[in-house]
Structures are given as structure tokens and as C-alpha cells.
Design a protein around this ligand. Structure first.
Ligand code: TPP
Length: 582
């Protein structure tokens, strides 16, 4: 996304010199070396007796830091956040109790196309086939339960119980994660990490990542059909979808926007993938929840090029988009469909968009620009607060907007933060991450830990609802251990507001915590941490000013707002999603 490295250090043809003489290289050192080679410098881990010697080898690898987390779920979320900023992430946990705890985070990474390498310390290789019952299992002599749970949420799984093909298994798993941009599972028998084997020599990883190539004839045909289709349109628009990331096509999309002069919208789940400073950027298109001019521009267009969309129930606002297939060019990572006409397969999105940019710039048509100017309605500002007036959510986000620069990044948690953050106008280089497809609350705490660890040069701002924070709050502790300097806005509205707007009941009220007191207790005098509570605009501005001054300090600002103070977008979205659910 904006301002972060999109790809891992690819597999090099010449790897750095091995740090361990080949005769002494072990499975553990081999795995550690491979992680460093592909761009992982931090592994998020929780120890357990099945992975202890493995962790020793990870620690011993120069260039690899072990980040000890409070629980496996957060370690997995951190690997997810890290992969978003650095292109690849890794976590290491123990057999089953750790594995099943990290599973939810791995499923989330799968849904967001993130290459996360999940390493699990497994049973002793001599225990396989013995019918023994091991601890950390459900009491059956079956060691495959964990593997079976990982199968649907990873694109490749390996269980390493002997050294003869361990080298190949590790390399293949890591290569597959990068090629497929999905998580993988590597289980390493607990007695093997320290054992040398002649295959663990310092060769570069043999599985080359060759980018998939477009079929030239298919590409030409898709381009011809698209140019013809678009040339008939008077007011075309482009819409960015979330699969721009996995297709590594965000820059090509921006190139096309620039060359064509078309108005550009983003789907909510693609926010942060395209520059919002493009002159014809019209905001987030999400049906009835969009600003009126954005929805008008998109739905009244006579052609739309939609790149990498996922139309799920939530991102399509209860399937309420008024889009017509005959007006659409749908560009997916490896295929293009033009209107009601044919689908062209084996066409890589990146190739297609950059070639299209070259072709349309020659036929540039300014009508789209005129149309955009005619319809554009500037965003309103919240009214001024009275002195001491209880803080309103729109006032909070007005101030968060003013904090954003190219050196910041926003992490938006599920809940009303999704909607408020969606309206932020991102300066060039400002990162933006949220987990819209999977939407697991609590994700943002772990993801913030991992993202900040990978994007060291950025000051990351996280917007987290109280309900979500209650899920995963512990790993503020790890942020302090890592000396992170993020700013967390904890939005205390007393409940699960997004659920309230879908369907209300007593279950949507949560217990109020002393959030600043909790973070102070976690801090406990170790590391740099500052907390504040804001109940009105004056307190908020004072807190933000202090946080800005405390550049090397984790800053936690609890913002208290009324339980019914929500964005208007969440109200509209909630009623439509509620209808789709009923
Ligand atoms: N459990 C998980 C792991 N993920 C979920 N998405 C849910 C439950 C259902 N859920 C979605 S949003 C939400 C819940 C319970 C409430 C979020 O509340 P909060 O963080 O306080 O944000 P708010 O809606 O108040 O802005």
C-alpha cells in the first residue's frame, strides 16, 4: 500500500554468504537463514516445549529478531501486519495449543492474500507411528489434528520429520507462500532443529519466483476489446479493488488513471492502494454509503473499469451496488472481462493496466474531467465545539486528519473506525491498513505491533474501538518491549456499536474498563509510554499536541464519546447489511 515496500527481497540468484559453515548448518539455522533471505527480520513468537530449540536457532541467526508476544493470536496478527508493510511475515508457535490459537490470524492473512510463514514446533519425530498420547493434544494418539486445521487456511503445508528432504520442504513452502501470496504452515519436529545435514549448505533458495507471464495474444486481444469499449464511453470511471495488492498492480493502476484522465474511486477494501492525491480522485465507492457525488459519478458512468474487486456482502453494502455488467471492464489478477463479452484469461493485471495506459493516453478524452468538476461537492467540516462540550466522533477524526503526513500510516479496526477512517484523505506516502474481508475484531492491536515493527520510519496511528481492544489488549506490552512509538486512539463508546446498528440487544453493551489505567499497568515503568483521556475537544487537542511532541514514546489516548455518536455511513451500512442477513 502507500509508502511501504510492496515486495519481499525476492529470491536472489546469489544469496548472502551463509553465516554457519555448511558442515555445521542445521535445520534450524537453515530455516532461519531462509527467512532472512526472503526479507523477514522479525519473527513473532510464543515459546512452548515443542519449539524451544527452534527458537534458539532463530535467535542465533544474525539479522533475525525474535519478538515474544503475549499470545499466539496476536503473534499471527503481528505477522499479518508485518507482511502488509514488508511483503512477507513470519510467526513461530508451539504444537496445537499454539497452533490452534494462531489459526484465526492465519485465516485472516489468507483472506487478505498475505504471505505469512507460520512455523510450528511439532512432536518428536520418533513419536510418530508409536500410538503414544502427547500433551497439547486432545488426548488421542493422532498428531495430524493441527495440520488438518491449517489445510483450509494455508496454501501449502509441510510436516518435517526427517532431514533427508527437509531442505526441499522448507524451501518449497517459503517459495509457495511468496508465489501464491498466501500463508503456509511449516511444522518442525522438536528434536530436529539442532541436527546438521549436508543439504543445508549456503546455496540460494532453488525455487525461483518467476512472475507469471501474460499470454501475449490474449493480452493484445483484451487490450483491443477494452480500448474499443472505452472509446465509446463519454464519462468513464475507474474503481480500485483490493486485489490490486496481490496483483502488484497498484502503480500500473495509478499510471492508467494519470494517462486516461478518468475519475478514480476506490472500493472501501482497497483504500490505501491508490494515491488519493490523483487530481480526479472521487473517494470511496461503496454504494449507498458513498458520498453523493462519488456514487453519482460511478453509477451514472457509461463505462467503469474495476480492477481487482471482491464484491462480498459487506463491501457491497448488502449487495446494493447499482453496477451493470454490460458497462464494466472487470480486471482480475489474471483475467479481464469486457462488458457482456468474452473473458480473456492468462492476462496479468499489471501488464494489462500499464499497456492500457499507453493506449488510452493517445485518445485522452476530457469529458470525464468536466463531469467530475460539475458534480463535485466538497466535504463538510464539523461544527465548532462549545467549550467543554462532550467530544464528538467527527471532531476526533477532524483532528486525526490533521495529523496525517507521508510519514504516518493508519490502522483501522473493524467497527465505526472502518467508516470514519475511510473518510480520511491520505497524503501521498501515508499507509493505510484494515482487514475488511475477514473482519476479526482485535486484529488491529497485533497488526499495529507487526506493521510498526516493519515500517520503522513511520509513526503509525491506530483507531481502535473499545470492544475490539478488549480482545487483544495484552500486546501493547510487546509494543513497549519493542520501543514502538505508535499513537493509539482508543474510542470508548461503551459497546459494539457496529453490531447495534445491524441488530441490537443487551449483548452489545460491554463492561467499561479503565483503559488508561490498564495501559499504565501494562507499562509498569518499563519502556516509554504515555497515556491520556479526552472527553472534550480541548482535552483532545492537548493530548494530540503532547503525543506529537513525544516522538519516541508509545502514546495511548482514550477518547470518550457518546454511545449513539456514530458516522452516518455506519447507520446506512448497518441497516442494509442487517437486511441482507435477515
Ligand atoms: N468476534 C470477532 C473475533 N470478530 C468479529 N467481527 C466479531 C466477533 C463480531 N463483531 C464485529 S464488530 C464488533 C463485533 C463484536 C464490535 C466492535 O466493537 P468496537 O470495537 O467497540 O467498535 P464500535 O462498533 O463500537 O465502533
Amino acid at each position: 500500500r502507500n509508502g511501504v515496500v510492496a515486495c519481499p527481497a525476492a529470491f536472489h540468484t546469489s544469496s548472502p554468504a551463509p553465516t554457519i559453515p555448511s558442515a555445521e548448518a542445521t535445520l534450524g539455522s537453515h530455516l532461519a537463514r531462509r527467512l532472512v533471505e526472503v526479507g523477514v527480520s522479525d519473527v513473532f513468537a510464543v515459546p512452548g516445549d515443542f519449539n524451544l530449540t527452534l527458537l534458539d536457532h532463530l535467535i542465533a541467526e544474525p539479522g533475525l529478531r525474535l519478538v515474544s508476544c503475549c499470545n499466539e493470536l496476536n503473534a499471527g496478527y503481528a505477522a499479518d501486519g508485518y507482511a502488509r508493510a514488508k511483503g512477507v511475515g513470519a510467526c513461530a508457535v508451539t504444537f496445537t495449543v499454539g497452533g490452534l490459537s494462531v489459526l484465526n490470524a492465519i485465516a485472516g492473512a489468507y483472506s487478505e492474500n498475505l504471505p505469512v510463514i507460520c512455523v510450528v514446533g511439532g512432536p518428536n519425530s520418533n513419536d510418530h507411528g508409536t500410538n503414544r498420547i502427547l500433551h497439547h493434544t486432545i488426548g488421542l494418539p493422532d498428531f495430524s489434528q493441527e495440520l488438518r486445521c491449517f489445510q483450509p487456511v494455508t496454501c501449502h503445508q509441510v510436516v518435517i520429520n526427517n532431514l533427508d528432504d527437509a531442505h526441499e520442504q522448507v524451501d518449497k513452502a517459503i517459495a509457495t507462500a511468496l508465489r501464491e501470496s498466501k500463508p503456509v504452515y511449516i511444522s518442525v519436529a522438536c528434536n530436529l532443529p539442532g541436527v546438521p545435514h549436508p543439504t543445508f549448505f549456503g546455496n540460494p533458495i532453488p525455487y525461483c519466483i518467476v512472475p507469471r507471464q501474460s499470454n501475449q495474444m490474449g493480452l493484445e486481444a483484451a487490450l483491443d476489446a477494452t480500448v474499443e469499449f472505452l472509446s465509446k464511453a463519454v464519462k468513464p470511471v475507474m474503481v480500485a479493488g483490493p486485489k490490486l495488492r496481490v496483483a502488484k498492480a497498484a502503480a500500473a493502476f495509478a499510471e492508467l488513471a494519470d494517462a486516461s484522465g478518468y475519475a478514480v474511486a476506490t472500493m472501501p477494501s482497497a483504500k490505501g492502494l491508490v494515491p488519493e492525491t490523483l487530481p480526479r480522485f472521487i473517494g470511496t465507492y461503496w454504494g449507498a454509503v458513498s458520498t453523493s457525488f462519488c456514487v453519482e459519478m460511478v453509477e451514472s458512468a457509461d463505462a467503469y473499469l474495476i480492477a481487482g474487486p471482491i464484491f462480498n456482502d459487506q463491501s457491497s453494502v448488502g449487495y446494493s451496488f447499482l453496477l451493470k455488467k454490460e458497462k464494466a471492464v472487470i480486471v482480475q489478477p489474471e483475467r479481464v472481462t469486457v462488458g457482456n463479452g468474452p473473458t480473456f484469461g492468462c492476462v496479468m493485471m499489471k501488464d494489462f493496466l500499464s499497456e492500457l495506459a499507453k493506449r488510452v493516453s493517445m485518445k485522452r478524452n476530457t469529458t470525464a474531467f468536466d463531469n467530475y468538476n460539475r458534480i463535485f461537492v466538497p466535504q463538510g467540516l464539523p461544527r465548532e465545539s462549545e467549550p467543554g462540550e462532550p467530544l464528538r466522533v467527527n471532531v476526533l477524526f477532524k483532528h486525526i486528519q490533521q495529523m496525517l503526513t507521508g510519514d504516518s500510516a493508519v490502522i483501522a479496526e473493524a467497527g465505526d473506525s472502518w467508516f470514519n477512517c475511510q473518510k480520511l484523505k491520505l497524503p501521498d506516502g501515508c499507509g493505510y491498513e484494515f482487514q475488511m474481508q475477514y473482519g476479526s475484531i482485535g486484529w488491529s492491536v497485533g497488526a499495529l505491533l507487526g506493521y510498526a515493527q516493519a515500517a520503522m520510519g513511520k509513526r503509525v496511528i491506530a483507531c481502535i474501538g473499545d470492544g475490539s481492544f478488549q480482545m487483544t489488549a495484552q500486546d501493547v506490552s510487546t509494543m513497549l518491549r519493542c520501543q514502538q512509538k505508535s499513537i493509539i486512539f482508543l474510542i470508548n463508546n461503551g459497546g459494539y456499536t457496529i453490531e447495534v446498528v445491524i441488530h441490537d440487544g443487551p449483548y452489545n453493551v460491554i463492561k467499561n474498563w479503565n483503559y488508561t489505567g490498564l495501559v499504565d499497568a501494562i507499562h509498569n515503568g518499563e519502556g516509554m509510554c504515555w497515556t491520556a483521556k479526552a472527553t472534550c475537544e480541548e482535552e483532545l487537542t492537548a493530548a494530540i499536541e503532547t503525543a506529537k511532541g513525544k516522538q519516541d514514546c508509545l502514546c495511548f489516548i482514550e477518547v470518550v464519546v457518546h454511545k449513539d455518536d456514530t458516522s452516518k455511513e455506519v447507520l446506512e451500512w448497518g441497516s442494509r447489511v442487517g437486511t441482507a442477513n435477515s
